[in-house]
Design a protein around this ligand. Structure first.
Ligand code: GAR
Length: 202
């Protein structure tokens, strides 16, 4: 059973679905060992507490030294011995402090088909650019912004009538499915990183 620390900053729907799918067996061989947030007001923390999961909050407001901040996170999560960190709507770029301690063991979900539309408001960026398709990407995390090796992607159409909310909802449905699949593959030992490419074995 691999232990997963989930990092959130807000709503936490990806976190909730991951945890539910670990409990109901859709994701096999993984459990949530701790939930971390940089935002004390993150709505997802309520669900974590209701589920009796260990919660760690270190407010990031005003914290300029990103390395020192990540070193604190590292120390705070260490007692829970995570094998994997899942960034799930965690709106901070992680530094080499976390990335090197968890080499190829930090995943992120991003609401666009990377390398298109990295960073904030990816769904709005896609709409404004006028693409016909967008989607979501689960990738391993490096020190760049949404730039690490791609694990899985899912595609959704962008419709002429789409608002940012409508497109976001269509993508979010795929995010929930895709993130669970990626964590299941990691837990099964099926992911191997070879340079920029992630090899998936049965
Ligand atoms: C999700 O759409 C996720 O892909 C996005 O934030 C949302 C969080 O929702 N993440 C990013 O944009 C990271 N660059 P959630 O808190 O309900 O999972």
């Amino acid at each position: 059973m691999i232990k997963t620390a989930v990092f959130i900053s807000g709503r936490g729907s990806n976190f909730t679905v991951l945890h539910e799918n670990m409990k109901n067996g859709v994701i096999k061989g993984a459990e949530v060992c701790a939930v971390f947030s940089n935002n004390p007001a993150a709505a997802g923390l309520e669900y974590a507490e209701k589920e009796g999961l260990p919660v760690i909050v270190i407010p990031s407001g005003g914290r300029k030294d990103r390395e020192a901040y990540d070193a604190e996170i590292l120390e705070a999560i260490a007692p829970y011995k995570p094998d994997l960190i899942c960034l799930a709507g965690y709106m901070r770029v992680v530094t080499s402090v976390l990335v090197s301690a968890f080499k190829n063991r930090i995943m992120n979900i991003h609401p666009a088909l990377l390398p298109a539309f990295p960073g904030l408001n990816a769904q709005k960026q896609a709409l404004e650019y006028g693409v016909r398709f967008s989607g979501c990407t689960v990738h391993f995390v490096d020190t760049g912004v949404d730039s690490g090796p791609v694990i899985l992607q899912a595609v959704v159409p962008v419709l002429p009538s789409d608002t940012e909310e409508a497109l976001s909802a269509r993508i979010l449905k795929e995010e929930h499915r895709l993130y669970s699949e990626a964590v299941g593959l990691f837990a099964a030992g099926s992911l191997k990183v070879n340079g920029r490419r992630v090899e998936i074995s049965e």
